[in-house]
Ligand binder design. Structure first.
Ligand code: HSE
Length: 428
């Protein structure tokens, strides 16, 4: 067997603790699969005194994570997180000093992925990030290496377990977004500061990586339209169910005649389809691989074991000598996209909170007709005349910009009580 692969790791939180446990307690199986031993030699974390399941007391300790870049190791594993600060400094220093890097840091790569990939190429080392998108699901490797013969037409995924958990609980209990979020925080399923998750930012980071791998573009948030789930109401979820749909926060990137459409937004996904039936904290990705057909991946997108599993798979690849381009193509060949994505064409779910007075329905229908938006079906459950009521419409296929134009006018009516809600409908 060749020399062990020497590993330095920054970050001993949930994922780092899991990776340390796997490496320190590895039996011969992992070494056999990697053709050499994976040896954890150095670590860095915020608090040296903290009690940990994995015994790291015999490893070289670094108070300053960035100094790991200069230690006697072949690979640096970065599990600090954040697009800047020590995570970026460590990864840059490690690549410059000729060390391979494995990271779970989606924010870092979504902002600086192309520059870091170029640094890795200059040094002839690997930059791997299976754990950065969809946790334990091997989607990075699938898009980088497996599904390349026919190209990718579209990648759509449920990439944030917190949002999927909240939406699933709202559906199961009929409770509001705020109530379910508060409970999820109490149970430790949602971060104390959940803004990145519920605002769609975390999904956008992951989508930027998947999109780069699938379509050969520079990872970037600039051309991803991003919307979160905080405005989704139990009423929307109940109406979705009536129409045979479920609301999911999707990260979507697809080729269209007007260019690459990349967006993160809540969508109505048909129930009984692979994406529509993904429950709770699970993640899933549907990749349309041209003539090779669609491929569906589902699994745990976060947590100790799934994420540690992804990190170790990258380490095994490196141990075997896999040093390909980080995003599947030379960094200099990745194309830069910017500006808003092309307007989407799809059927839309529209909900209007209005006063139940004569003419309100005609006014809404009229404004939609003026914008060339055609209605396919409609529900209005009347309560008492003059009281607030919801009008829900499903449109035929139409352009997002036409619907948005009509909604802007409708929102200005004195009979309309709140900002109208507009959600695209996905086939599944
Ligand atoms: N907070 C993420 C989620 C996991 O809820 O899926 C890490 O990206």
């Amino acid at each position: 067997m060749s020399k062990p692969l020497r590993i330095a790791m920054a970050g001993l939180g949930t994922v780092g603790g899991g990776v340390a446990g796997l490496l320190l307690n590895a039996d011969g199986e992992l070494a056999e699969r990697a053709s050499r031993r994976l040896e954890l030699v150095a670590v860095s974390a915020r608090d040296r005194a903290k009690a940990r399941a994995a015994d790291v007391s015999r490893l070289e300790w670094h108070d300053d994570a960035v100094t790991l870049a200069a230690c006697d190791a072949d690979v640096v594993v970065e599990l600090i997180g954040g697009a800047e600060g020590p995570a970026r400094a460590l990864v840059e220093a490690a690549l410059k000093s000729g060390k391979h890097v494995v990271t779970a840091n989606k924010a870092l790569l979504a902002h600086h992925g192309a520059a870091l990939a170029a640094l890795a190429e200059e040094s002839g080392v690997a930059l791997k990030f299976e754990a950065a998108a969809a946790g334990g699901i091997p989607i990075v490797k699938a898009l980088r290496e497996s599904l390349i013969a026919y190209g990718i037409d579209a990648v759509r995924g449920i990439l944030n377990g917190t949002c999927n958990y909240i939406l699933t609980q709202m559906e199961a209990t009929g409770r509001s977004f705020a109530a379910v979020l508060a409970e999820a925080q109490k149970l430790g399923f949602a971060e104390a500061d959940p803004a990145l998750d519920i605002g769609g930012g975390d999904t956008a980071h992951k989508l930027a990586l998947l999109s780069s791998l699938a379509f050969g573009i520079v990872p970037s948030l600039d051309a991803i339209k991003t919307e979160g789930i905080a405005h989704i109401t139990p009423e929307d979820i109940a109406f979705a169910r009536e129409f045979g749909y479920r609301i999911k926060l999707l990260g979507m990137a697809r080729r269209t005649p007007s260019g690459l459409d990349q967006r993160v937004q809540p969508a109505m996904v048909r129930a009984g389809t692979p994406l529509g039936d993904v429950e709770g904290v699970f993640n899933a990705v549907l990749a349309d691989a041209g003539a090779a057909g669609p491929f569906f991946f589902e699994g745990r997108g976060a947590g100790e074991a799934p994420t540690a599993s992804a990190v170790v798979s990258d380490l095994v690849d490196i141990a075997r000598g896999a040093v390909g381009a980080a995003f599947g193509r030379p960094a200099a060949r990745l194309k830069t996209l910017s500006g808003a994505p092309p307007a989407r064409v799809s059927p839309y779910y529209l909900r209007f909170n209005v006063l139940d007075v004569p003419g309100v329905l005609a006014e809404i229908a009229g404004r939609l007709a003026e914008a060339a938006v055609s209605i396919e079906s409609m529900i209005q459950r009347g309560r008492s005349p003059g009281e607030p009521v919801s009008i829900v419409m499903i449109t035929h296929e139409c352009s997002e910009s036409d619907v948005a134009r009509a909604l802007k006018v409708i929102a200005g009516s004195d009979k309309v009580l709140a900002e109208p809600c507009m959600i695209p409908m996905e086939a599944g």
